[in-house]
Design a protein around this ligand. Sequence first.
Ligand SMILES: Nc1ncnc2c1ncn2[C@@H]1O[C@H](COP(=O)(O)OP(=O)(O)OP(=O)(O)O)[C@@H](O)[C@H]1O
Ligand SMILES: [Mg+2]
Length: 225
Amino acid sequence: MKKPEAKIIAVSNQKGGAGKSTVTTNLAVELAHRGYEVLVIDSDAEQQSTMVWSARREQVNESGELPFVQTTHLPAKNLRNVHRLRDKYEYILIDGGARITEEAHAAVAVADYLLVPVKTSELDVESTVQFLKIVSLGMKRNDALQVSILINGMNEQSVLGQTVLEQLEQWEDFKLLKTRLGQYQAFQDAVSSGMGVVELGTRTAVKPGNQVRALCTEIMEMMKK
Ligand SMILES: Nc1ncnc2c1ncn2[C@@H]1O[C@H](COP(=O)(O)OP(=O)(O)OP(=O)(O)O)[C@@H](O)[C@H]1O
Ligand SMILES: [Mg+2]
């Protein structure tokens, strides 16, 4: 039977450290656990942190207990050809680099769905608002693109400032996701061990694991529409 065409999800934000690689790898792992064939594309020309994650995953997964997540690096000039891989996977996730680079433009052009993680500091939100303005322009060329904003790294004690929410909710075309990811050490532990938080199996990974599952479900539901 012919496989359905892969959905292409770009995880991007010009702001460095917003959680692009964290979100990409955790979402990819959760999708793989749900039985989907997943390709992760690291398009960050400078850091390639997802490639490092993938190399660690290979090391910890010699026995093949963890589901396989195919990972590759693609420079911006090749990103526009990603749609050619649609019949080989079910989900293709693109981890974008920081700054508005050629990669960000190419990812926005080729994706079905753009996920924009944002941390909640004023500087992070301001920078993200700039990014969303640029995305709006790009959407004129890709009008099927769905865009969601994901609040990442919330402190359990912190009340999200009203101005932050107002700034992020002002966009009719962009949906602020119900699911939010908290600030948890487990996210850092997972990345540095080539895993997803859903695989850590520690007590402290339970909450972030549930958040990643909720995120995955929310995104899959949105993409069906
Ligand atoms: N929800 C979270 N809880 C705890 N730590 C987090 C969380 N999200 C991200 N981090 C940490 O913040 C740092 C930056 O995250 P990450 O590398 O995912 O961001 P990025 O957007 O990919 O950065 P870059 O722009 O450099 O590619 C990392 O050390 C990561 O472990
Ligand atoms: Mg990164």
